[in-house]
Design a protein around this ligand. Sequence first.
Ligand SMILES: Cc1cc2nc3c(=O)[nH]c(=O)nc-3n(C[C@H](O)[C@H](O)[C@H](O)COP(=O)(O)OP(=O)(O)OC[C@H]3O[C@@H](n4cnc5c(N)ncnc54)[C@H](O)[C@@H]3O)c2cc1C
Length: 398
Amino acid sequence: MDLSFTPDEIAFRDEVRAFLAAKLPEHLSDKVRNGHRLTKQDMEEWHAILSARGWLAASWPKKWGGAEWTAIQRHIFEEECYAAGAPRIMPFGVNMLGPVLMKYGSEEQKAHYLPRILDGTDWWCQGYSEPGAGSDLASLKTSAVRDDDHYVVNGQKTWTTFAQYADWMFCLVRTSNEGKPQQGISFLLIDMTSPGIDVRPIVTLDGGHEVNEVFFDDVRVPVANRVGQENAGWTYAKYLLTHERTGIAGVGLSTEALAQLKRIAARQKKRGRPLAEDPYFAARVARVEIDLAAMRTTNLRALQAAASGAPPGAESSMLKIKGTVIRQEINDLARRALGLYALPFASEALEAGHNVTLVGPDYANPIASQYFNNRKLSIFGGSNEIQKNIISKIVLGL
Ligand SMILES: Cc1cc2nc3c(=O)[nH]c(=O)nc-3n(C[C@H](O)[C@H](O)[C@H](O)COP(=O)(O)OP(=O)(O)OC[C@H]3O[C@@H](n4cnc5c(N)ncnc54)[C@H](O)[C@@H]3O)c2cc1C
Protein backbone atom coordinates (compact mmCIF):
# COMPACT_ATOMS: atom_id res chain seq x y z
CA MET A 1 0.00 0.00 0.00
CA ASP A 2 1.47 3.38 -1.02
CA LEU A 3 1.05 5.74 1.92
CA SER A 4 2.71 8.80 0.44
CA PHE A 5 0.51 11.76 -0.43
CA THR A 6 -0.51 12.27 -4.07
CA PRO A 7 0.41 15.56 -5.85
CA ASP A 8 -3.21 16.71 -5.32
CA GLU A 9 -2.97 15.98 -1.61
CA ILE A 10 0.31 17.86 -1.35
CA ALA A 11 -1.28 20.82 -3.15
CA PHE A 12 -4.17 20.63 -0.69
CA ARG A 13 -1.75 20.60 2.26
CA ASP A 14 -0.04 23.72 0.89
CA GLU A 15 -3.40 25.44 0.50
CA VAL A 16 -4.27 24.61 4.13
CA ARG A 17 -0.87 25.88 5.32
CA ALA A 18 -1.32 29.16 3.44
CA PHE A 19 -4.82 29.59 4.87
CA LEU A 20 -3.62 28.96 8.43
CA ALA A 21 -0.70 31.37 8.01
CA ALA A 22 -3.10 34.08 6.82
CA LYS A 23 -6.22 33.49 8.91
CA LEU A 24 -5.36 31.87 12.24
CA PRO A 25 -5.30 34.77 14.74
CA GLU A 26 -2.05 34.95 16.68
CA HIS A 27 -3.81 35.51 20.00
CA LEU A 28 -5.49 32.11 19.54
CA SER A 29 -2.38 30.16 18.50
CA ASP A 30 -0.46 31.81 21.37
CA LYS A 31 -3.03 30.55 23.85
CA VAL A 32 -2.99 27.04 22.38
CA ARG A 33 0.81 26.88 22.31
CA ASN A 34 1.13 28.17 25.88
CA GLY A 35 -1.48 25.74 27.17
CA HIS A 36 -3.83 28.57 28.25
CA ARG A 37 -7.52 27.85 28.60
CA LEU A 38 -9.67 28.91 25.66
CA THR A 39 -12.83 30.87 26.33
CA LYS A 40 -16.14 30.25 24.61
CA GLN A 41 -15.46 33.41 22.59
CA ASP A 42 -12.10 32.02 21.41
CA MET A 43 -13.70 28.82 20.19
CA GLU A 44 -16.51 30.73 18.49
CA GLU A 45 -14.00 33.00 16.75
CA TRP A 46 -12.17 30.07 15.16
CA HIS A 47 -15.48 28.39 14.32
CA ALA A 48 -16.58 31.52 12.42
CA ILE A 49 -13.29 31.78 10.49
CA LEU A 50 -13.52 28.17 9.32
CA SER A 51 -17.20 28.48 8.58
CA ALA A 52 -16.61 31.55 6.38
CA ARG A 53 -14.02 29.56 4.38
CA GLY A 54 -16.40 26.57 4.05
CA TRP A 55 -13.94 24.36 5.98
CA LEU A 56 -15.80 23.85 9.25
CA ALA A 57 -17.73 20.72 8.35
CA ALA A 58 -15.00 18.70 6.67
CA SER A 59 -17.04 15.57 6.01
CA TRP A 60 -20.46 17.09 5.32
CA PRO A 61 -21.71 17.08 1.72
CA LYS A 62 -21.46 20.35 -0.21
CA LYS A 63 -25.26 20.42 -0.38
CA TRP A 64 -25.32 21.23 3.34
CA GLY A 65 -22.39 23.63 3.29
CA GLY A 66 -19.70 21.05 4.02
CA ALA A 67 -16.23 20.70 2.48
CA GLU A 68 -16.91 17.07 1.41
CA TRP A 69 -13.25 16.17 1.93
CA THR A 70 -11.84 12.67 1.71
CA ALA A 71 -10.59 10.98 4.89
CA ILE A 72 -7.01 11.75 3.82
CA GLN A 73 -7.80 15.45 3.31
CA ARG A 74 -9.39 15.56 6.77
CA HIS A 75 -6.29 13.96 8.22
CA ILE A 76 -4.02 16.48 6.46
CA PHE A 77 -6.19 19.38 7.64
CA GLU A 78 -6.10 18.16 11.25
CA GLU A 79 -2.33 17.67 11.23
CA GLU A 80 -1.76 21.15 9.81
CA CYS A 81 -4.17 22.75 12.27
CA TYR A 82 -2.41 21.19 15.26
CA ALA A 83 1.02 22.10 13.88
CA ALA A 84 -0.13 25.73 13.51
CA GLY A 85 -1.60 25.86 17.03
CA ALA A 86 -5.24 26.17 15.95
CA PRO A 87 -7.97 25.58 18.55
CA ARG A 88 -9.83 22.30 18.11
CA ILE A 89 -13.25 22.44 16.52
CA MET A 90 -16.03 21.63 18.97
CA PRO A 91 -17.26 18.26 17.73
CA PHE A 92 -20.76 18.11 19.19
CA GLY A 93 -22.72 19.91 16.46
CA VAL A 94 -20.46 19.42 13.46
CA ASN A 95 -19.08 15.91 13.89
CA MET A 96 -21.71 14.22 16.03
CA LEU A 97 -25.21 15.62 15.60
CA GLY A 98 -24.80 16.84 11.99
CA PRO A 99 -24.23 13.36 10.47
CA VAL A 100 -27.13 11.92 12.54
CA LEU A 101 -29.55 14.60 11.35
CA MET A 102 -28.44 14.14 7.73
CA LYS A 103 -29.12 10.41 7.92
CA TYR A 104 -32.11 10.17 10.26
CA GLY A 105 -33.53 13.70 10.79
CA SER A 106 -36.73 15.02 9.19
CA GLU A 107 -36.44 17.55 6.35
CA GLU A 108 -37.59 20.29 8.77
CA GLN A 109 -34.94 19.33 11.31
CA LYS A 110 -32.18 19.34 8.66
CA ALA A 111 -33.27 22.68 7.24
CA HIS A 112 -33.51 24.26 10.69
CA TYR A 113 -30.53 22.87 12.63
CA LEU A 114 -27.77 22.21 10.08
CA PRO A 115 -27.25 25.84 8.98
CA ARG A 116 -27.33 26.94 12.64
CA ILE A 117 -24.54 24.46 13.47
CA LEU A 118 -22.46 25.87 10.63
CA ASP A 119 -22.94 29.54 11.42
CA GLY A 120 -22.44 28.98 15.16
CA THR A 121 -25.96 30.05 16.22
CA ASP A 122 -26.40 26.87 18.27
CA TRP A 123 -23.78 25.35 20.56
CA TRP A 124 -24.59 21.67 21.20
CA CYS A 125 -23.73 19.29 24.02
CA GLN A 126 -23.99 15.52 24.25
CA GLY A 127 -26.39 14.06 26.84
CA TYR A 128 -25.55 10.36 26.80
CA SER A 129 -23.80 9.37 30.06
CA GLU A 130 -25.56 9.14 33.40
CA PRO A 131 -24.42 8.08 36.86
CA GLY A 132 -24.54 4.29 36.40
CA ALA A 133 -24.74 4.45 32.58
CA GLY A 134 -21.37 5.15 30.97
CA SER A 135 -19.75 2.08 29.42
CA ASP A 136 -23.10 0.35 29.87
CA LEU A 137 -24.94 3.18 28.16
CA ALA A 138 -28.07 1.15 27.37
CA SER A 139 -28.95 1.07 31.07
CA LEU A 140 -29.70 4.81 31.04
CA LYS A 141 -32.71 5.88 33.13
CA THR A 142 -33.56 9.50 32.27
CA SER A 143 -37.23 9.13 31.35
CA ALA A 144 -39.37 10.86 28.75
CA VAL A 145 -43.09 10.33 29.21
CA ARG A 146 -45.49 11.33 26.47
CA ASP A 147 -48.00 14.08 27.33
CA ASP A 148 -49.97 14.97 24.20
CA ASP A 149 -47.53 16.68 21.78
CA HIS A 150 -44.71 16.88 24.36
CA TYR A 151 -42.42 14.57 26.30
CA VAL A 152 -41.89 15.26 29.99
CA VAL A 153 -38.25 14.54 30.81
CA ASN A 154 -36.95 13.66 34.30
CA GLY A 155 -33.53 12.41 35.36
CA GLN A 156 -29.84 13.26 35.25
CA LYS A 157 -26.96 13.31 32.77
CA THR A 158 -23.34 13.59 33.82
CA TRP A 159 -19.89 14.46 32.42
CA THR A 160 -21.66 16.69 29.91
CA THR A 161 -18.85 18.58 28.22
CA PHE A 162 -19.43 22.34 27.93
CA ALA A 163 -23.11 22.08 28.91
CA GLN A 164 -22.52 25.47 30.56
CA TYR A 165 -22.11 26.98 27.07
CA ALA A 166 -24.68 24.90 25.24
CA ASP A 167 -27.88 26.22 23.69
CA TRP A 168 -29.07 22.69 22.91
CA MET A 169 -28.45 19.12 23.99
CA PHE A 170 -28.91 15.96 21.92
CA CYS A 171 -30.06 13.55 24.55
CA LEU A 172 -30.79 9.86 24.97
CA VAL A 173 -33.91 9.23 27.03
CA ARG A 174 -35.87 6.16 28.07
CA THR A 175 -39.29 6.02 26.45
CA SER A 176 -40.02 2.37 27.18
CA ASN A 177 -39.09 -0.31 29.70
CA GLU A 178 -40.34 -3.15 27.50
CA GLY A 179 -37.95 -5.66 25.92
CA LYS A 180 -34.17 -5.23 25.81
CA PRO A 181 -32.87 -1.94 27.31
CA GLN A 182 -31.60 -0.86 23.86
CA GLN A 183 -35.15 -1.04 22.47
CA GLY A 184 -36.65 1.63 24.76
CA ILE A 185 -34.39 4.58 24.00
CA SER A 186 -35.26 7.73 22.02
CA PHE A 187 -33.10 10.58 20.73
CA LEU A 188 -34.35 14.06 21.68
CA LEU A 189 -33.15 17.58 20.89
CA ILE A 190 -33.57 19.63 24.06
CA ASP A 191 -33.49 23.41 24.33
CA MET A 192 -31.16 24.15 27.27
CA THR A 193 -33.21 27.22 28.21
CA SER A 194 -36.26 25.04 28.94
CA PRO A 195 -37.66 25.44 32.47
CA GLY A 196 -36.57 22.59 34.78
CA ILE A 197 -32.98 22.22 33.51
CA ASP A 198 -30.22 22.71 36.05
CA VAL A 199 -26.55 22.64 34.96
CA ARG A 200 -24.03 22.12 37.77
CA PRO A 201 -20.25 22.28 37.23
CA ILE A 202 -17.84 19.40 37.86
CA VAL A 203 -14.35 20.77 38.50
CA THR A 204 -11.79 18.23 37.34
CA LEU A 205 -8.32 17.30 38.68
CA ASP A 206 -6.65 20.12 36.73
CA GLY A 207 -8.94 22.72 38.31
CA GLY A 208 -10.77 23.29 35.03
CA HIS A 209 -14.48 23.43 34.33
CA GLU A 210 -15.18 21.44 31.17
CA VAL A 211 -17.76 18.96 32.39
CA ASN A 212 -21.08 19.20 34.17
CA GLU A 213 -24.00 17.40 35.69
CA VAL A 214 -27.34 18.23 34.06
CA PHE A 215 -30.59 17.66 35.95
CA PHE A 216 -34.06 17.47 34.37
CA ASP A 217 -37.12 18.19 36.45
CA ASP A 218 -40.38 17.90 34.44
CA VAL A 219 -38.76 19.42 31.36
CA ARG A 220 -41.24 19.69 28.48
CA VAL A 221 -39.82 18.82 25.05
CA PRO A 222 -41.98 19.00 21.90
CA VAL A 223 -42.45 15.60 20.19
CA ALA A 224 -41.30 17.39 17.00
CA ASN A 225 -37.82 17.50 18.62
CA ARG A 226 -37.46 13.73 18.50
CA VAL A 227 -35.06 12.48 15.83
CA GLY A 228 -36.43 9.46 13.93
CA GLN A 229 -38.74 6.89 15.49
CA GLU A 230 -39.68 6.55 19.14
CA ASN A 231 -37.65 3.76 20.82
CA ALA A 232 -35.21 3.56 17.88
CA GLY A 233 -32.71 6.02 19.40
CA TRP A 234 -30.08 3.35 20.05
CA THR A 235 -29.49 2.99 16.29
CA TYR A 236 -28.92 6.75 15.94
CA ALA A 237 -26.78 6.85 19.09
CA LYS A 238 -24.48 4.13 17.75
CA TYR A 239 -24.25 5.81 14.35
CA LEU A 240 -23.16 9.00 16.12
CA LEU A 241 -20.49 7.14 18.11
CA THR A 242 -18.85 5.87 14.91
CA HIS A 243 -18.35 9.55 14.01
CA GLU A 244 -17.16 10.40 17.55
CA ARG A 245 -14.29 7.97 17.07
CA THR A 246 -13.09 9.48 13.78
CA GLY A 247 -9.65 11.01 14.22
CA ILE A 248 -9.43 9.46 17.66
CA ALA A 249 -5.71 8.55 17.22
CA GLY A 250 -4.86 12.23 17.75
CA VAL A 251 -1.70 11.96 15.65
CA GLY A 252 -1.42 15.74 15.19
CA LEU A 253 -1.93 16.45 18.89
CA SER A 254 0.71 13.92 19.93
CA THR A 255 3.14 15.22 17.33
CA GLU A 256 2.84 18.70 18.84
CA ALA A 257 3.07 17.38 22.40
CA LEU A 258 6.23 15.45 21.49
CA ALA A 259 7.81 18.57 19.98
CA GLN A 260 6.99 20.44 23.21
CA LEU A 261 8.54 17.62 25.26
CA LYS A 262 11.74 17.79 23.21
CA ARG A 263 11.95 21.57 23.69
CA ILE A 264 11.63 21.07 27.45
CA ALA A 265 14.22 18.27 27.50
CA ALA A 266 16.65 20.48 25.58
CA ARG A 267 16.34 23.26 28.18
CA GLN A 268 16.14 21.28 31.43
CA LYS A 269 19.49 20.22 32.86
CA LYS A 270 20.61 17.01 34.52
CA ARG A 271 24.07 17.13 36.14
CA GLY A 272 24.87 20.22 34.09
CA ARG A 273 23.96 18.63 30.74
CA PRO A 274 20.70 18.99 28.78
CA LEU A 275 18.23 16.31 29.87
CA ALA A 276 17.77 15.37 26.20
CA GLU A 277 21.31 13.92 26.31
CA ASP A 278 20.60 11.66 29.28
CA PRO A 279 20.60 8.11 27.83
CA TYR A 280 17.73 6.83 29.97
CA PHE A 281 15.48 9.82 29.24
CA ALA A 282 16.46 9.92 25.55
CA ALA A 283 15.58 6.22 25.22
CA ARG A 284 12.08 6.82 26.62
CA VAL A 285 11.54 9.74 24.27
CA ALA A 286 12.80 7.64 21.35
CA ARG A 287 10.47 4.80 22.25
CA VAL A 288 7.39 7.04 22.29
CA GLU A 289 8.53 8.71 19.05
CA ILE A 290 8.80 5.30 17.34
CA ASP A 291 5.36 4.33 18.66
CA LEU A 292 3.95 7.59 17.30
CA ALA A 293 5.55 7.03 13.88
CA ALA A 294 4.10 3.51 13.77
CA MET A 295 0.68 4.77 14.81
CA ARG A 296 0.78 7.48 12.14
CA THR A 297 1.36 4.76 9.53
CA THR A 298 -1.41 2.57 10.94
CA ASN A 299 -3.71 5.58 10.91
CA LEU A 300 -2.90 6.33 7.26
CA ARG A 301 -3.41 2.67 6.39
CA ALA A 302 -6.85 2.76 8.06
CA LEU A 303 -7.72 5.98 6.23
CA GLN A 304 -6.62 4.53 2.87
CA ALA A 305 -8.68 1.41 3.53
CA ALA A 306 -11.72 3.54 4.45
CA ALA A 307 -11.22 5.61 1.29
CA SER A 308 -11.40 2.45 -0.81
CA GLY A 309 -14.68 1.49 0.83
CA ALA A 310 -13.55 -1.09 3.42
CA PRO A 311 -15.90 -1.24 6.44
CA PRO A 312 -14.40 0.04 9.73
CA GLY A 313 -12.93 -2.87 11.71
CA ALA A 314 -11.00 -3.05 14.93
CA GLU A 315 -8.59 -0.34 13.72
CA SER A 316 -10.47 2.52 15.35
CA SER A 317 -10.32 0.72 18.72
CA MET A 318 -6.62 -0.02 18.26
CA LEU A 319 -5.94 3.60 17.32
CA LYS A 320 -7.95 4.88 20.27
CA ILE A 321 -5.94 2.79 22.72
CA LYS A 322 -2.54 3.45 21.17
CA GLY A 323 -3.27 7.17 20.65
CA THR A 324 -4.26 7.71 24.27
CA VAL A 325 -1.38 5.65 25.68
CA ILE A 326 1.08 7.71 23.60
CA ARG A 327 -0.42 11.06 24.67
CA GLN A 328 -0.40 10.07 28.33
CA GLU A 329 3.19 8.81 28.09
CA ILE A 330 4.29 12.13 26.53
CA ASN A 331 2.50 14.04 29.31
CA ASP A 332 4.19 11.85 31.90
CA LEU A 333 7.65 12.39 30.38
CA ALA A 334 7.09 16.16 30.30
CA ARG A 335 6.11 16.08 33.98
CA ARG A 336 9.21 14.03 34.83
CA ALA A 337 11.45 16.30 32.75
CA LEU A 338 10.41 19.28 34.86
CA GLY A 339 10.95 17.53 38.16
CA LEU A 340 10.05 19.84 41.05
CA TYR A 341 8.82 22.59 38.70
CA ALA A 342 5.88 20.36 37.74
CA LEU A 343 4.74 20.28 41.38
CA PRO A 344 3.49 23.84 42.05
CA PHE A 345 0.19 23.80 40.25
CA ALA A 346 -1.60 27.14 39.85
CA SER A 347 -4.80 26.62 37.91
CA GLU A 348 -5.30 30.42 37.59
CA ALA A 349 -1.99 30.64 35.70
CA LEU A 350 -3.69 28.86 32.80
CA GLU A 351 -5.88 31.90 32.12
CA ALA A 352 -4.30 34.25 29.57
CA GLY A 353 -3.20 37.54 31.19
CA HIS A 354 -2.93 36.02 34.70
CA ASN A 355 -0.77 37.76 37.29
CA VAL A 356 0.41 34.68 39.17
CA THR A 357 4.13 34.61 40.00
CA LEU A 358 5.41 31.33 38.59
CA VAL A 359 8.03 29.33 40.46
CA GLY A 360 9.51 27.62 37.39
CA PRO A 361 10.08 28.59 33.79
CA ASP A 362 7.10 29.69 31.66
CA TYR A 363 7.01 26.43 29.76
CA ALA A 364 6.49 24.51 33.03
CA ASN A 365 3.20 26.27 33.62
CA PRO A 366 0.70 24.02 31.77
CA ILE A 367 2.51 20.69 32.22
CA ALA A 368 0.84 19.47 35.43
CA SER A 369 -2.55 20.56 34.13
CA GLN A 370 -2.04 18.71 30.83
CA TYR A 371 -0.94 15.62 32.73
CA PHE A 372 -4.03 15.68 34.97
CA ASN A 373 -6.48 16.73 32.27
CA ASN A 374 -5.42 14.02 29.85
CA ARG A 375 -6.26 11.26 32.32
CA LYS A 376 -9.65 11.64 30.63
CA LEU A 377 -8.37 10.37 27.28
CA SER A 378 -8.47 6.71 28.24
CA ILE A 379 -11.98 7.10 29.71
CA PHE A 380 -14.16 9.04 27.27
CA GLY A 381 -15.15 8.04 23.74
CA GLY A 382 -15.35 4.45 25.03
CA SER A 383 -12.80 3.59 27.72
CA ASN A 384 -9.64 1.70 26.76
CA GLU A 385 -10.88 -1.42 28.56
CA ILE A 386 -14.05 -1.34 26.46
CA GLN A 387 -11.93 -0.91 23.31
CA LYS A 388 -9.94 -4.00 24.32
CA ASN A 389 -13.21 -5.92 24.65
CA ILE A 390 -14.13 -4.82 21.11
CA ILE A 391 -10.75 -5.94 19.74
CA SER A 392 -11.02 -9.27 21.50
CA LYS A 393 -14.40 -9.86 19.84
CA ILE A 394 -13.59 -8.61 16.33
CA VAL A 395 -9.99 -9.79 15.96
CA LEU A 396 -9.72 -12.73 18.34
CA GLY A 397 -13.33 -13.89 18.09
CA LEU A 398 -13.58 -14.29 21.88
C1 LIG B 1 -13.61 14.55 30.48
C2 LIG B 1 -14.82 13.75 30.12
C3 LIG B 1 -15.74 14.30 29.24
C4 LIG B 1 -16.90 13.58 28.92
N1 LIG B 1 -17.85 14.17 28.12
C5 LIG B 1 -19.04 13.54 27.92
C6 LIG B 1 -20.09 14.19 27.19
O1 LIG B 1 -19.96 15.34 26.73
N2 LIG B 1 -21.27 13.56 27.08
C7 LIG B 1 -21.47 12.29 27.56
O2 LIG B 1 -22.58 11.76 27.40
N3 LIG B 1 -20.49 11.64 28.26
C8 LIG B 1 -19.29 12.24 28.44
N4 LIG B 1 -18.29 11.60 29.14
C9 LIG B 1 -18.58 10.32 29.76
C10 LIG B 1 -17.83 9.14 29.19
O3 LIG B 1 -18.39 8.74 27.98
C11 LIG B 1 -17.86 8.05 30.26
O4 LIG B 1 -17.06 8.50 31.34
C12 LIG B 1 -17.33 6.74 29.74
O5 LIG B 1 -18.24 6.17 28.83
C13 LIG B 1 -17.09 5.73 30.90
O6 LIG B 1 -18.24 5.59 31.66
P1 LIG B 1 -18.22 5.78 33.26
O7 LIG B 1 -17.49 7.04 33.57
O8 LIG B 1 -19.61 5.63 33.74
O9 LIG B 1 -17.33 4.59 33.78
P2 LIG B 1 -17.79 3.07 33.98
O10 LIG B 1 -18.53 2.62 32.78
O11 LIG B 1 -18.45 2.94 35.31
O12 LIG B 1 -16.40 2.34 34.03
C14 LIG B 1 -15.55 2.36 35.19
C15 LIG B 1 -14.32 1.51 34.88
O13 LIG B 1 -14.72 0.16 34.62
C16 LIG B 1 -14.25 -0.26 33.34
N5 LIG B 1 -15.28 -1.11 32.70
C17 LIG B 1 -16.60 -0.84 32.59
N6 LIG B 1 -17.23 -1.84 31.92
C18 LIG B 1 -16.28 -2.76 31.61
C19 LIG B 1 -16.29 -4.00 30.92
N7 LIG B 1 -17.42 -4.49 30.39
N8 LIG B 1 -15.11 -4.66 30.76
C20 LIG B 1 -13.95 -4.16 31.26
N9 LIG B 1 -13.88 -2.98 31.95
C21 LIG B 1 -15.02 -2.29 32.11
C22 LIG B 1 -14.06 1.03 32.54
O14 LIG B 1 -13.11 0.88 31.51
C23 LIG B 1 -13.57 1.99 33.63
O15 LIG B 1 -12.20 1.81 33.84
C24 LIG B 1 -17.11 12.28 29.45
C25 LIG B 1 -16.15 11.71 30.30
C26 LIG B 1 -15.01 12.44 30.64
C27 LIG B 1 -14.02 11.81 31.58
